[in-house]
Every structure is written in structure tokens, then in C-alpha cells.
Design a protein. Structure first.
Length: 554
């Protein structure tokens, strides 16, 4: 329930604050005083699109803030948990519209984006105005209106169907794309198959061409390498002249005098380290020379492999690594064109399974909707009787249609306004006044199903009078008995039956125009209703009639 709304620098409103109670509250005042502006501000507070035009002239920003009390709401609990918001018994929503075109939204002090604000707002307040009657005239929206009459079990079934439909549509698109590709890109697919097979047959390794070229150079220079290693070994250690022996003798000589001076000891140590390094190096050279044999067969293998790699790289890329990168690229393209990421057989098997499941769920959803339709017809029939359309009959018509996210049936509301007349679509039958009452009947029926406790009616009584106006007044008041109703109205009958009345008036001077609001007391309400009945020249009879209307309303 909306407890309070504060509006600052919004259109002609400088600053107003309204406190609301449970039951029915009406907003009255002259045309242009700002009644609809309050509803516009409420809409923007709950996430509707905002422009800088709403900012009061001379102000930096417009501000709207609302305080709501809530009872147990699973839908709100789920949204708050998903967004990391803390849900308590009260919710504060604040929105600022800035001159630079941006807007800032907060829920309980935490900034949220507009999408989240709308999700929360749709579970708090239902604002019903002329556009709702326009929805009645658009048959494509009737299915959504009918579904609102469903319960949690119905919406769970609808969600199961939509999940299945989305999966079916995605797999079907893939299957059709594969089939299309296989027909339109057959030449490309065949070429890719050949290239992939040729590269796979080469069994390439990253960096393989570099390694083989190094090995080839080594094999081609075998004699030079062997002679060089042999010379190095001979210079280090042979019978005629051994560098290793001479270093060892020098080391022994220095070790014999190292005790006489620290410098001698350091020299002896350095010679010792050099000797052991040279000794180890000599052993390594000896080992290499023992195993160093020329392998002509290996050279032939390397040459043949390099010839193959040269053929592949000349055809597909500069080096082996480039060929492997190209291989990865064409493999992805091939998978895309052929659906190889999931084989065609697997996809078609899954598609058939999903099709059976979809048909079954669509049948269940249709059956559930038909039950909703019958229940809604009974509800609307009773509501229309209360609104002096007791001869009217309301019908929910179903027709088979293409599969969509909503099912495989279309829904359209039909009405028969007089006995003996055939049912016809609303768009061809209902007048403006009948549409107002029909929309109010639907809203009244839905109000008992929905979790919202705040419903706003924006001039839904336009075009009616007399006993119909009285019936509409009673219907709106009845909706408010289990929650909260806010209404903008020009009808004395609607205003008189309300529990509370706010009066909005516009005051102007040479420099500015300001809209103000105040809660009327009983006598003030009598005066305002009398003006509606008699115009500016209020008579005693009009005052008496206004007083009677208020008493009857109470």
C-alpha cells in the first residue's frame, strides 16, 4: 500500500506531499490543476520513461519519493534476493530526473537501474487509465490479460512451456541452418574437408620445421663438427702435449706453497677449480666423440620431412605454426557449416523429442487457459450486472494458431450487449461507455487475484452519468475495501463515495504557476461536490444534494 508520496519540482508542482490511507481516495480539482501530473509523477517513480520536460522551470532536477508498506510477497522477495536488496515491511522508492537527461533510481537507499525499478513497481501499484481501454481494443493483448487471471500453478506451466519452446526454436534454427549450409555451401564444405584431411595427414607439430632445419644443418656439417670436437679434445688431453696435465702440475705446485701466503692459497684454489672444470669438459668431449657417427638415413628422413613441410607451408602458410593456425580456423568454419559441434543426427533426434514435449505442454497450457476463460467469463458477467450491463454477455474465444511463446492458440474477447445478438469482437461492438465499464469489470475481477494493494484509476468514469456513474463509484469503492484505491474523477457520485478527498488547485502570478494540494474536510467536500452539481452558482439545493450524496456514500 502507498503510504506517502513526495513530489518536488515536477512540472507545475513545486513541492507537495500526500499521505494515503487504506480504502478509497479521490483526487479532484479543476482541469489543468495538476491531478494527472501527480499520476504521471507516480508512473515515473515506478519506472516509466522520463524526459527533462518534466523538470520545473528554473530547477536542476525533479524528485519523486514514495513510501510503501507491503505484506508477504513472494514475487518481491525473489526480485530483492536476486538483486541483493534487503526487503522489510516498508519500501522507499526515490527517483530523480536530472537536467542532463539522466535519472537516478534508489530502492531503500540502494541505486538500481530502470529495469529493476519497473520490476518492483509493477508489484506495488497498478495504474489504470485510458490506455488500458486501448489495450482492450487490441486483440493481440487479450491473451496476456487472460493469463493475469491465472494462479502460481498456471504460471509454472506457462514457464515450462516457454522454456521448451525456446529450446525447440533454437535447435530447429540450428538444424535448418545446417541443412541450408549443406545445400548452399557444398563446394566450400568439400574444399574444407579436403584441406582438413590433408593437414591432419601431415601430423604437424608446432615449431617442427625450425627443429628439423637445425637438425639438417647439423647432419650436413657432420665432418666439420667431428673434426672440431676432436681437435678440442686433443688440445686438452693427449700423450705428447696435455693442457690438462700441465694445469694439474701447476695446481700441485701452488698447493705446496699456499700455507705461506693467502694470495698463494687463493691462486691454488682458482687453479684447482679450473682443473676440475677442464677435466669434466674433457670427459664430455670424449663421450660425444665416442657416439658421434654420421647417420645418412636420418639425413634422408629429415630431408623428406622438410620437403613435405615445404609443400604444406607453401600451400597454407609461411611456417608450420601458421598452417596449424589456419587449420584451427577452417575447422571452426567447417563445424559451423556442417553443425559438427553437435551432429545432425543428434540435433534431429533432440528436435523430435522437443516437438513431442512442446505439443504436450501446449495442450496442457491450452486446457488451463480454457478453464481460466470460463472462470473469467463468470466473473465478468457478475461484474457487468453490478455495472448495469446485466444483459451483456462476455466470452473468451480461442482459435488455433501458430506455435509461439504464448502457446498455439490465439485469444480474443467477444461481447454480446443485447439478448439475441451474436457474440462479436469488442473492437466492433463496444462503445466508449461500455468499454469503461468492461475494463472496470475486468480490473475488479483481477484485483481479487493480484497481489497489488494499490490500484490507481485515472478518469475511468469519463462518458458515463446517472445510475451507471453510481454503479462505477460503488465498484471502485468495493475494489478498495480489500486494499487501497486512488482515483481521479469529475463525477460527484464517485467523489462522494470516497473515504478521503484531496483537492488540487493551481495558483499563478506574473512569474510562476504552482500546483498545491490539501485534504478536504466534510464541509469542504460538500462545497466541492455542490460546485460539480451546479457550477459556480451554488444553490442551497445543490448543497443539500451534495450533503446527501456524501451521507449516502458513507
Amino acid at each position: 500500500m502507498l503510504l506517502e508520496i513526495s513530489i518536488k519540482n515536477f512540472a507545475i508542482i513545486e513541492a507537495i506531499s500526500l499521505n494515503f490511507e487504506k480504502g478509497m481516495t479521490v483526487l479532484t480539482g479543476e482541469t489543468g490543476a495538476g491531478k494527472s501530473i501527480i499520476i504521471d509523477a507516480m508512473n515515473m517513480m515506478l519506472g516509466s520513461r522520463a524526459t527533462v520536460d518534466v523538470i520545473r522551470h528554473g530547477s536542476n532536477k525533479a524528485e519523486i519519493e514514495g513510501l510503501f508498506s507491503i505484506e508477504n510477497s513472494r514475487a518481491l522477495q525473489a526480485i530483492f534476493e536476486e538483486q541483493g536488496l534487503e526487503l522489510s515491511d516498508e519500501i522507499i522508492i526515490r527517483r530523480e530526473i536530472l537536467q542532463n537527461g539522466r535519472s537516478i533510481s534508489r530502492i531503500n537507499g540502494q541505486m538500481v537501474n530502470l529495469s529493476i525499478l519497473r520490476q518492483v513497481g509493477q508489484h506495488l501499484v497498478d495504474i489504470h487509465g485510458q490506455h488500458d481501454q486501448e489495450e482492450l481494443m487490441r486483440p493481440q493483448l487479450h491473451i496476456a490479460m487472460l493469463d493475469e487471471f491465472g494462479d502460481d500453478e498456471f504460471f509454472a506451466l506457462k514457464e515450462d512451456y516457454q522454456v521448451c519452446f525456446d529450446r525447440y526454436r533454437r535447435i530447429r534454427k540450428q538444424v535448418l541452418e545446417v541443412q541450408k549450409n549443406q545445400q548452399e555451401h557444398r563446394a566450400r564444405i568439400e574444399m574444407l574437408e579436403f584441406q582438413i584431411a590433408e593437414i591432419e595427414a601431415a601430423e604437424l607439430r608446432f615449431g617442427e620445421d625450425i627443429e628439423l632445419n637445425q637438425e639438417r644443418e647439423k647432419l650436413l656439417n657432420h665432418k666439420n663438427i667431428a673434426d672440431t670436437l676432436s681437435n678440442a679434445y686433443t688440445l686438452l688431453d693427449n700423450e705428447e702435449f696435455s693442457s690438462l696435465t700441465n694445469v694439474r702440475l701447476a695446481m700441485n705446485e701452488m698447493e705446496s706453497i699456499e700455507e705461506y701466503d693467502s694470495d698463494y692459497k687463493e691462486l691454488a684454489s682458482t687453479l684447482s677449480e679450473s682443473y676440475y672444470v677442464l677435466e669434466d669438459l674433457t670427459k664430455q668431449l670424449e663421450g660425444i666423440l665416442d657416439t658421434l657417427d654420421f647417420d645418412g638415413n636420418r639425413l634422408m628422413e629429415v630431408e623428406n620431412r622438410l620437403n613435405l613441410l615445404h609443400t604444406i607451408t607453401r600451400k597454407y602458410g609461411g611456417q608450420v605454426d601458421d598452417v596449424l593456425a589456419y587449420f584451427e580456423k577452417i575447422s571452426e568454419e567447417y563445424n559451423h557449416l556442417t553443425g559438427a559441434s553437435l551432429s545432425s543426427d543428434e540435433m534431429e533426434t533432440e528436435l523430435k523429442s522437443l516437438e513431442k514435449q512442446l505439443i504436450q505442454l501446449a495442450s496442457q497450457l491450452a486446457s488451463a487457459r480454457h478453464k481460466l476463460g470460463l472462470a473469467l467469463e463468470d466473473e465478468i458477467k457478475q461484474e457487468l450486472q453490478d455495472l448495469y450491463m446485466e444483459k451483456a454477455q462476455f466470452k473468451v474465444c480461442f482459435n488455433k494458431g501458430k506455435f509461439s511463446r504464448e502457446g498455439n492458440e490465439t485469444v480474443e474477447f467477444y461481447i454480446s450487449t443485447n439478448p439475441g445478438e451474436d457474440f462479436k469482437p469488442l473492437v466492433k461492438v463496444a462503445s466508449g461507455g461500455e468499454l469503461s465499464r468492461l475494463m472496470l469489470a475486468i480490473k475488479s475481477a483481477f484485483s481479487r487475484k493480484e497481489g497489488k494493494t494499490s490500484i490507481v484509476f485515472d478518469e475511468v468514469d469519463t462518458g458515463v452519468s446517472g445510475r451507471v456513474a453510481q454503479a462505477i463509484a460503488q465498484k471502485i469503492h468495493k475494489i478498495g475495501t480489500n486494499g487501497q484505491v486512488l482515483a481521479i474523477s469529475h463525477l460527484p457520485q464517485v467523489i462522494a463515495i470516497a473515504d478521503y478527498q484531496f483537492f488540487i488547485e493551481k495558483r499563478s502570478d506574473e512569474n510562476s504557476t504552482v500546483s498545491t494540494v490539501r485534504l478536504l474536510k466534510f464541509d469542504e467536500r460538500v462545497d466541492e461536490i455542490a460546485k460539480m452539481l451546479a457550477g459556480q452558482n451554488v444553490t442551497d439545493a445543490a448543497i443539500s444534494q451534495a450533503r446527501e450524496l456524501l451521507k449516502d456514500g458513507k
